[in-house]
Design a protein around this ligand. Structure first.
Ligand SMILES: Cc1cc2nc3c(=O)[nH]c(=O)nc-3n(C[C@H](O)[C@H](O)[C@H](O)COP(=O)(O)OP(=O)(O)OC[C@H]3O[C@@H](n4cnc5c(N)ncnc54)[C@H](O)[C@@H]3O)c2cc1C
Length: 448
């Protein structure tokens, strides 16, 4: 496929693609949006509109002082984001959350983009990777099969996933270290860091049995029709494992072998829940092997019965979904370009971020980076102290490529602010310090 070099081509007119198009056109760059709907549909989209919300009508918290997603809203508003403008215009009452009238919202986005003199929408599926020109691939969790195969041919099969199997992620400072301890199974590892890479939460027999009962009784979410094909290999939800036999988890992710509890060296645990470091900063830990289809409320209730996690705060809860995403930490550079084909950027959920807002924010950023490159300008690095920058830094390198799974924005991705009180009590001040710092840094970056 050939393209005029002065145009920016965007594949996918969803959350990320629509915001990317707006940002580029607002900066004076002609844009072509290639959108397959309504000619080719997906199992979740219902219309031919751009920026269609496929499920909930919420952009989540709008609190830009105490909430990372609210901060992302703020950053997008400051950057003249179209999706935030339309969300504000078509807001419906939802307490502290930003919820919208979904049809009015996506129609509003569609009309504004179609009316822009620098935006052209070409309907139809793109099935191959573009050879030249400036491109952003923003085809989302339901990227069409043909394009998915083309991406896979370029990146290698193991670097493109069709499902996520997300284990819950816990803030490190909310784990009770008087019960949990750091140790890798059989103290494996060359360095001290590797030998202590896991946090272990021990259970006695009664706690284990009660945990299995709670898992089986918990509310679960159903799969969408057409969503499940081929997913069950290798990533069974824990509640399904528990249903297969009460001992299955004790012989699987919760096996108690190769570990000694320093708090009670003489007591052999009946089962052990392990958490593994989830980011370079060491602020987040995922519960190993705990992908689940339990409803969010049930997850927090059940996981807080794990010794050491009674007061856990979750950066994100677990899930399993149909979700096409690339292994961004190994494939993308810090400009969101595909290392092997730098004329192609990726944005949105296909990069391994999760959610409408995060996807739109990555579209906003990818477009700004592309525009700067096309106009021969060099932008300073996106500060990782901002919500947008923290998310981008995570997917392009902060996350471990080997265990990479999609991520929501959360304060665990931010470099800590020094000199502040940790734990629950210091949380309010800490979050305010993060968001204050982010706002200053984001405005400075936008002005650069
Ligand atoms: C069933 C389901 C439910 C979800 N529920 C929620 C929720 O409640 N809240 C939330 O925040 N997030 C939810 N998500 C995640 C949600 O999809 C993303 O947050 C968001 O839509 C991603 O934005 P995006 O721009 O990356 O992808 P999308 O918004 O999906 O946009 C991608 C676009 O690319 C088009 N496309 C795909 N392949 C091609 C191709 N080859 N050529 C041309 N066009 C193509 C698609 O038609 C689509 O319009 C859900 C996802 C799914 C699958």
């Amino acid at each position: 496929m050939r393209a005029m070099t002065q145009e920016l081509h965007i594949i996918g007119g969803g959350m990320a693609g629509s915001e990317a198009a707006w940002q580029a056109a607002s900066a004076g760059v002609p844009v072509v949006i290639h959108e397959m709907r309504p000619k080719v549909g997906t199992f979740a989209h219902q219309t031919g509109n751009l920026a269609e919300m496929v499920c909930s009508n919420s952009f989540r918290s709008d609190d830009d002082e105490q909430n990372a997603v609210g901060l992302l809203h703020w950053e997008m508003r400051q950057a003249g984001g179209l999706l935030m403008e339309m969300a504000d215009l078509h807001q419906v009452p939802a307490g502290g959350a930003l919820a919208v009238d979904r049809d009015a919202f996506s129609q509003g986005v569609t009309e504004r983009l179609r009316a822009h003199p620098l935006v052209r929408v070409e309907e139809g599926e793109i099935t191959a990777l573009p050879q030249d020109g400036h491109w952003i691939i923003a085809t989302g969790p339901l990227t069409s099969t043909a394009l998915g195969q083309a991406i896979q041919a370029e990146t290698g099969a193991e670097r493109l996933a069709f499902f996520d199997a997300i284990a819950p992620i816990v803030y490190a400072d909310s784990i009770d270290l008087s019960k949990a301890w750091f140790q890798s199974r059989y103290d494996k590892g060359e360095t001290e860091e590797e030998r202590t890479a896991y946090l272990n939460c021990p259970m006695d027999r009664d706690q284990y049995e009660a945990f299995i009962d709670a898992l089986m009784a918990a509310d679960k979410t159903e799969f969408h029709e057409g969503e499940t094909a081929g997913y069950f290999d290798g990533c069974l939800p824990i509640e399904v494992m528990a249903e297969r036999g009460r001992e299955t988890l004790r012989h699987g992710p919760m096996k108690p072998v190769g570990l000694t509890n320093p708090h009670q060296p003489d007591v052999k645990a009946h089962a052990v829940v392990q958490l593994r470091r989830d980011n370079k900063l060491g602020t987040l830990f995922n519960i190993v092997g705990f992908q689940t289809k339990m409803k969010y409320g049930a997850q927090t209730e059940v996981f807080k019965t794990i010794p050491g996690l009674e007061n856990a705060s979750f950066a994100r809860l677990g899930g399993i979904h149909r979700n096409t995403f690339i292994n961004s930490p190994s494939l993308l550079d810090d400009q969101m370009r595909l290392r092997s084909r730098p004329n192609i950027r990726f944005a949105g959920q296909v990069t391994g971020v999760e959610g409408y807002v995060e996807s739109a924010a990555m579209g906003l950023l990818a477009a700004r980076l592309a525009v700067a490159e096309m106009q021969g300008r060099t932008l300073p690095p996106v500060p990782d102290t901002t919500a947008t920058g923290a998310l981008m830094t995570h997917i392009t390198g902060g996350a471990d490529a080997k265990t990479f799974q999609p991520m929501n924005v959360n304060f665990g991705l931010f470099p800590p602010v020094e000199g502040l009180r940790g734990g629950r009590r210091g949380r309010k001040d800490r979050y305010k310090a993060y968001t204050d710092r982010a706002k200053v840094d984001w405005l400075a970056w936008l002005a650069a």
